[in-house]
Design a protein around this ligand. Structure first.
Ligand code: NI
Length: 169
């Protein structure tokens, strides 16, 4: 089932998500729906708060569904180490039609649980590193526009307010 994606302006995007305790059918169903929703939006990552759930669950696929084996589903992810820096354009399904350059680590190592509660370690470089950190940020109520300058952020906020007024958001 494709879920509605929460957009900027909804306070849930600024809240801290709760760790998963029960690895049950409900969690599996939510992750399946999130994968479907991400692919439908041609996204490369989606975190549970973006579909209105304050749960530490995220789905990632740097190919946006082009390669069937590139899907990663992470529960309760934690950043273990980071290395280096990259400065690339970044967007977000919750802030559609906006993108800005954001500094992220070039490499990241993330530990998490799979949907089956098995321990997982994921190493990401480049785009995958960027997506992993972006989605973990979502679980902590942080958006990519929190990492850009106040001036750039204010311009985006103003444009969004205009879209809201015009019924385009
Ligand atoms: Ni995002």
């Amino acid at each position: 089932m494709i879920l509605p994606i929460v957009k900027y302006g909804n306070p849930i995007l600024h809240q801290i998500a709760t760790p998963v305790i029960s690895f049950d059918e409900e969690l599996e169903e939510l992750s399946k729906n999130m994968v479907e929703t991400m692919y439908d939006a041609t996204g490369v990552g989606l975190a549970a708060p973006q579909v209105g759930m304050l749960t530490r669950l995220m789905v990632v696929d740097p190919t946006a569904g082009e390669k069937t084996d590139s899907l990663i589903v992470l529960v309760n992810p934690k950043i273990i180490t980071t290395e280096g820096d990259q400065f690339e354009d970044e967007g977000c399904l919750s802030i559609p039609s906006f993108s800005e350059q954001v500094h992220r680590s070039q490499k990241v190592v993330v530990s998490a649980r799979g949907i089956d509660n098995k321990e997982l370690v994921v190493e990401g470089q480049g785009l995958l590193s960027r997506i992993l950190i972006h989605e973990i940020d979502h679980l902590n109520g942080v958006l990519f526009i929190d990492h850009i300058s106040v001036i750039k952020r204010d311009i985006i906020k103003r444009k969004i307010r205009k879209k809201v007024r015009n019924g385009e958001w």
